[in-house]
Design a protein around this ligand. Structure first.
Ligand code: ADP
Ligand code: MG
Length: 690
């Protein structure tokens, strides 16, 4: 329970001084300015008063109970302060002070000692190198934070790793008059963890949606567990910093993270039902909608406009984001025809025309919201000088009252009419200045609803030979790196993953016998941990149709790889087919990520791959397949028969089960898997163990 942190009965501020630019002073100023409901105790060895509060020399001198302390003294003084706080029975310490993990070895040690000390008193540390917390709940109204954005009660709670980003999220909610509920920027996360705070937000009745920003995940498993529990009843909107290699370097300069975490984060968000954003602006715009609107029941959008262009723009963005244009019933169309001007267009978007008055807007909004096949409505409104704009704004709101379908309003106006926007916002409608923003915010709401209502199943039980794989892996005990293809194919077979028939050949002696087993035409391949891209080095000969050809190819390849530690395999040649890639990589702290994409030589250029966390459930495997842009190619284009999607799904399930069962497999690459209209079969495998 984090009540002591977010609803403290009393707060001490250590490091409070008369200097108005000191962190302690600002915390006291913020606590008092926003009407903190409990007592505030500045702690200063010199005593005296800070602002209008009497300062104590030590927390031990304070007669009243204190739940929370804000500490901003230099790191070398922190242990002594914590010792006293511990003796006082304080539950939570927000450590603003820097100079810990972020400065390296020495700081890591300091951090560890600080946590040990705190725990010996049953106290928890928030931070260090953190900005603090806020709770705008009028019952507590606590601004235990040294920043500047005014606090006003709202229903979006914010959790951010970095203070700068957290503040930005808060600021833009403030700028549209929304305020926020709880806020925290947790910095180094040495003790009290992000998932613990998230869980607390999840349980808070005053929190309607959560916005989060992270740079790195300290405990991904805990996050996954907590987030999965929250999203069925409360949306979580998330952004992860450091998605590009360059961005990740910028992040790691102060927290130490990896670009692969971004992929892991996306996979984790999907598994947990979290709505991911790659753009802060869009996340905030979506949060504004979530703050007052209910998620839609489907993806069909209806639009109303009084001018053509922006409507078209919104249609484009909506379609790009997977929304569908709603169509109206006969009755709905008749109602529109009756209510609107004769020049109005009654399709989607409904164009009420520029001279439309308040009643026209009212009728259009009400009609679309009543339509069975419309899940959400976007209203565009340019404030034409020849209409009563204030009345229009009022009537739009009135028209939404009987429905719980989400509505967003886009207002195109100039600064002197901004009070219109304010009025609409005060009436609890999300208002945007660009048609695209409105469309994207509604699309994000639909995404949340889809994630919330997605099919949830456990990963299926599969018949596999776990021991056989264990035995092969044991044979590689103590050795890291790639294993032979012969072994790797055997591992795949033990998990029921279809592979091309393959035989290892030691030398020319067993060549013909091996070929007889796999049959002609066959393929000869080099099998060496030193050769990564076999065909680039002349290590793959396809379409061998006779023993003579095989002997000749073998002689050449043998010469080619003389001096390398290389063996060879003979493999059955599979008929022409579409090539896909299925892979898995270890994801530290969270098992494995399964990768799916279209294979072939362009995979590295197109980067059309999707990821999901192992082990996969059936619905997850299906979503993964559909997560690539090239999916329609598998469904069959221009008269081609569709690829065997069920076979791919089965293969994904089995690969994901294999890596989940055997964490020693650090890397697995089936490239390509050949897929025909009937069946899928791996012809190349690379398997690394750690
Ligand atoms: P590498 O990826 O190391 O160059 P592969 O074993 O993947 O080597 O072979 C290269 C390409 O040859 C594959 O992408 C595939 O197009 C083709 N190929 C390989 N083995 C077979 C096979 N058994 N049947 C049909 N085509 C094959
Ligand atoms: Mg290959």
């Amino acid at each position: 329970m984090l009540d002591g942190l977010f609803k403290p009965r009393g707060i001490a501020v250590v490091g409070a001084s008369a200097n108005p630019y000191s962190i302690g002073h600002i915390v006291i100023k913020n606590l008092s300015a926003y009407g903190y409901k409990g007592p505030i105790f500045p702690i200063n060895p010199k005593g005296g008063h800070i602002r209008s509060f009497k300062a104590f020399k030590s927390v031990l001198d304070v007669p009243d109970p204190i739940d929370l302390v804000n500490i901003s003294v230099k790191y070398s003084l922190v242990p002594a302060v914590l010792e006293e706080c511990g003796q006082k029975g304080i539950q939570f310490a927000i450590v603003h002070t820097a100079g810990f993990k972020e400065v390296g070895e020495e700081g890591i040690r300091r951090e560890r000692e600080m946590v040990e000390l705190a725990h010996s008193h049953g106290m928890r540390i928030f931070g260090p190198n953190s900005q603090g917390i806020q709770n705008a709940d009028p019952e507590v109204s606590v601004y235990a934070n040294f920043t500047f954005v005014p606090m006003k009660p709202g229903n979006i709670s914010i959790i951010a790793q970095g203070g700068g980003m957290g503040e930005m999220l808060k600021l833009h909610l403030h700028n549209v008059g929304l305020g926020h509920r709880m806020y925290c920027s947790y910095g180094n996360e040495c003790d009290l963890s992000m998932p613990e705070i998230l869980e607390y937000y999840g349980q808070d009745e005053g929190t309607r949606a959560i916005m989060m920003q992270t740079e790195s995940f300290k405990d991904p498993t805990a996050f996954l567990e907590v987030a999965s529990k929250i999203t069925p009843h409360k949306p979580i909107l998330a952004i992860k910093a450091g998605r590009t290699r360059e961005g990740s370097v910028a992040v790691s300069s102060h927290t130490g993270t990896l670009v692969d975490q971004a992929r892991m984060a996306s996979a984790m968000y999907r598994k947990a039902g979290v709505v991911e954003f790659h753009d802060t602006h869009q996340m905030i715009k979506a949060a504004i909608a979530f703050s007052t609107q209910e998620p839609p029941r489907g993806r069909r959008i209806g639009m109303i406009t009084n001018t053509g262009g922006p409507g078209i723009q919104a249609v484009d963005v909506s379609v790009d984001h997977g929304l569908e244009l709603a169509t109206w019933s006969e009755a709905g169309r008749a109602r529109l025809a009756e209510a609107l001007y004769a020049e109005a267009s009654l399709g989607n978007p409904v164009d009420v025309v520029a001279t439309a008055n308040a009643d026209h807007y009212h009728a259009a909004v009400e009609t679309l919201l009543a339509e069975e096949d419309t899940d959400m409505v976007l209203v565009f409104f340019v404030t034409a000088p020849f209409t009563d704009t204030a009345a229009i704004a009022r009537r739009i709101k009135e028209a939404t009252e009987a429905s719980d379908k989400p509505v967003a309003v886009v207002v195109e106006t100039y600064s002197e009419l901004y009070d219109l926007i304010d009025k609409l916002r005060q009436s609890d409608l999300p208002v945007y200045e660009f048609a695209e923003d409105g469309a994207r915010a509604l699309a994000a709401m639909a995404d949340y609803a889809d994630l919330r209502d997605r099919e949830k199943e456990a990963a299926p039980e599969l018949e596999v030979d776990r021991d056989a794989v264990q035995k092969i892996l044991d044979g590689h005990q103590g050795r890291e790196g790639y294993i032979s293809q012969a072994d790797a194919f055997e591992i795949l077979e033990a998990y029921g993953i279809p592979v091309a028939k393959v035989r290892a050949v030691e030398g020319e002696g067993d060549l013909i016998a091996a070929a007889a087993e796999v049959g002609f035409p066959c393929v000869l391949k080099v099998d060496s941990t030193e050769v990564v891209h076999k065909s680039d080095e002349g290590g793959v000969v396809l379409g061998i149709s006779s023993p003579d050809e095989l002997t000749q190819a073998f002689a050449e390849m043998n010469k080619n790889f003389a001096g390398k530690d290389a063996g060879f395999v003979v493999q059955e040649q599979r008929p022409g087919a579409r090539e896909i890639i299925i892979g898995a990589t270890e994801s530290p702290g969270l098992g494995h990520l399964v990768m799916f994409g279209l294979g072939g030589i362009f995979v590295e250029v197109m980067k059309d791959v999707a990821f999901a966390l192992a082990p996969l459930s059936r619905p997850e495997a299906r979503t993964l397949m559909r997560g690539i842009t090239g999916f329609p190619i598998l469904e069959g284009v221009r008269g081609e028969l569709p690829a065997d999607l069920e076979a791919i799904e089965e293969m994904l399930l089995r690969v994901s089960r294999l890596v989940a069962d055997h964490p020693r497999i650090t890397e697995l690459d089936l490239n390509p898997v050949l897929v025909t209209p009937k069946g899928a079969c791996a012809v190349d495998v690379r398997l690394g163990v750690g």
